[in-house]
Write a protein that binds this ligand. Structure first.
Ligand code: BTN
Length: 319
């Protein structure tokens, strides 16, 4: 009912009387007022003025599921979006939900994380209202060794979404750091639970820096991190970015399920900032220097060493 009232207010643009709302939705005027009251509590700015009625003045700057879902073009993702004002880590909450059987496509989104997780056990800073922290539950029929492909897929989707939602020239540093202007604007952390042969579920965690100012970043990453606002020079609507992100993720995920890694790898190469460059790459086992030559079948990086040999790095970080 709240969604329907909002639709009416949006369509109307100006004032609409309580009576008109109650008539078109077939509920009492008291019920209309109760729903409006609850929307006010959620942060919607609705003016109530006798004798004109109600008018929608503004929507809250929150990643509310109903706002993200409006005009969302997605088939797998977003049917079930759970919103939190504050939590430890969206990946952690998504993992617990997945263990309890939450369906594929479930999205957990938070305004603020107090224990956001980065790759390699690092912290991820997600301040309230200026970033997007979201995690998706996916249940692809996949061997655990192929999961890096899904992480690359996520990076391709993010880079595409940033280009379409903000017109920014985003690029990808292997495996999945999304950069704008040489600085990191988004990080992706994939976690999985699996049997030996098959993935039980994947949690794809995505953190986007949206409206942070330079001084909002912790000193140790200042200069290496950036936000969409810093890069575009204007405040960015987080809901629009989250929606575009889910639409792109949905699109690429369906392509991947249908056609495999080939198109994803091609998409990744279109955004790639790593291949063809001399790099130092650190993996849990070793640090290598060489020239990044290609993506491997499984999403790993093929590096040509000084002596011409090709090394394959499956998980690591390009320094
Ligand atoms: C990285 O180190 O680059 C990965 C950062 C991933 C951060 C996101 S924010 C949403 C999700 N929840 C987490 O705790 N981490 C991921």
């Amino acid at each position: 009912m709240k969604d329907k009232i909002l639709d009416l207010l949006r369509d109307q643009g100006g004032y609409i009387s309580g009576e008109d709302i109650s008539r078109s939705l077939g509920v009492s005027r008291t019920a209309v007022w109760k729903h409006v009251h609850s929307l006010l509590e959620e942060g919607y700015d609705i003016e109530a003025r006798r004798p004109l009625g109600y008018r929608l003045r503004g929507i809250p700057d929150l990643l509310l599921p109903r706002e993200i879902r409006r005009d969302l073009e997605a088939r797998v993702l977003g049917g079930n979006i759970l919103h939190f004002h504050r939590l430890g880590s969206t990946n952690q909450v998504a993992r617990e939900l997945a263990r309890k059987g939450a369906p594929e496509g479930t999205v957990v989104v938070a305004e603020e994380q107090t224990a956001g997780k980065g790759r390699w056990g690092r912290n991820w800073h997600s301040p309230p209202r200026s970033s997007i922290s979201l995690s998706l539950i996916l249940r692809p029929r996949l061997a655990p060794t192929d999961t890096p492909q899904v992480t690359l897929l996520a990076a391709v989707a993010v880079a595409g979404a940033l280009r379409s939602a903000c017109g920014l020239e985003a690029g990808i540093k292997w495996p999945n750091d999304v950069l704008v202007g040489g600085r990191k604007v988004c990080g992706i952390l994939t976690e999985l639970e699996a049997e030996m042969e098959e993935v039980r579920f994947l949690v794809l965690g995505i953190g986007v820096n949206v409206n942070q100012a330079e001084e909002d970043f912790p000193p140790e990453i200042r200069g290496r991190a950036t936000s969409l606002r810093l890069e575009s020079g204007r405040a960015v609507n987080r809901v629009a970015v989250a929606r575009s992100l889910l639409a792109e993720l949905d699109r690429w995920y369906l392509v991947y399920l249908r056609e495999g890694f080939g198109p994803v790898a091609a998409g990744w190469k279109g955004f790639n900032l790593t291949l063809g460059h001399r790099i130092t790459v650190s993996s849990p086992q070793r640090v290598l220097e060489g020239t990044a030559r290609d993506l491997a079948e499984d999403g790993g990086l093929l590096v040509e060493l000084e002596d011409g040999r090709i090394a394959r790095v499956l998980a690591g970080e390009v320094l």
